[in-house]
Design a protein around this ligand. Structure first.
Ligand SMILES: [Zn+2]
Length: 328
């Protein structure tokens, strides 16, 4: 399996926290507390959703919703979840509350969108010799600027895009099965979506059933092996429980994908921010309470942070994970 490294320059500092993203985090926390307080919610207890290990886990965080770290594969997961329709309904309400203008959103996140489109372009060229027909499952609903980036990509590169919007209700992922049958794609983008699934194995199974031999699946999610999660645990700024019901390890996700019938072609951890997030964390704390790392980050200059970030990518230890899967 290929493990590409995405070398580029680190940002000079953490992007300023935007009020919109801070409000989003607070809103998701409030939704989780409301969810926990409702008697009508049926919760499903889970074993490790990556490798299926039963009871071999340690606590990652206990409150307000318990998360476990699997001792078999190192993935982190919510110990119990509500059904998918309820999760999707909550998310739709959040997105419609704070929906920003797609063109403003596109301008704010154009670097991220370009990175996703480059990834598709470079990886697809290794395995397919014609322009792809790509189905995006829900990312354009979560990130409204992405539809504009995909439209530019279609005009320049000739790729055809279909966006399946987030919707609530019905059988889990029936919308995906219907869209696969209707549009007949030869690639699917699952960007920051499988983290939020009550049953990620079912989501992959729907893809496997609906795609022809040779089709590619581009999966991106948070990565439990990342140094940020290892050091900061649930204090990591990336940990929003309702959006991180499944934090896969490389090993755990590879096993899940193979168990569902996919071939894993490539894996990578192209995160750019682990080093600057950790430096910011240790700069703000007075005590030297973390052996080695407190001093390492306080004394780190930009070159040291850059070297560390490259090392994290090379060793698959950054906080964002990408897989390219293929239907055999
Ligand atoms: Zn596991």
């Amino acid at each position: 399996m290929l493990t590409p490294v995405f070398l580029d320059n680190l940002p000079d500092a953490l992007p300023p926290i935007q009020r919109g993203s801070e409000l989003y985090r607070l809103q998701r926390s409030r939704e989780l507390i409301d969810l926990l307080a409702q008697d009508s919610v049926e919760w499903q207890e889970r074993d490790c959703p990556s490798c299926g290990a039963k009871g071999r886990a340690q606590h990652f965080t206990l409150t307000p919703l318990a998360f476990h770290r699997c001792l078999g594969c190192n993935s982190i997961h919510a110990a119990r979840v509500p059904d998918q329709a309820r999760l999707d309904g909550l998310r739709m309400a959040t997105l419609s509350d704070g929906r920003s203008d797609p063109s403003v959103h596109y301008a704010q996140r154009s670097f991220e969108f370009a990175s996703i489109l480059n990834w598709l372009q470079i990886a697809a060229a290794r395995y397919r010799d014609k322009a792809l027909r790509v189905l995006d499952y829900r990312f354009a609903s979560h990130a409204p600027g992405f539809a504009l980036a995909a439209a530019e990509d279609a005009a320049v590169e000739g790729r055809e895009w279909h966006h399946v919007p987030l919707q609530a209700g019905g059988e889990p992922f029936a919308d995906l099965a219907e869209a696969l049958a209707r549009t007949g794609p030869d690639a699917v983008l699952l960007q920051a979506e499988i983290d939020r699934a009550a049953d990620p194995g079912l989501l992959l199974a729907r893809l496997r059933e609906g795609l022809p031999s040779g089709a590619l699946v581009f999966v991106s999610s948070s990565c439990a092996d990342g140094l940020e999660y290892e050091i900061l645990g649930p204090r990591s700024p990336s940990f929003i429980p309702l959006d991180r019901l499944n934090l896969f390890s490389i090993r755990g996700f590879r096993q899940l994908a193979q168990d569902t019938g996919f071939t894993c072609l490539e894996s990578s951890t192209p995160g750019r921010l682990d080093a600057v997030i950790l430096k910011s964390h240790f700069d703000q704390r007075a005590s030297n309470d973390t052996p080695f790392w407190s001093g390492f980050f306080r004394d780190a200059n930009r070159d040291r942070l850059q070297d560390l970030q490259v090392l994290l990518q090379r060793s698959l230890r950054s906080g964002v994970m990408r897989f390219v899967l293929q239907v055999p």
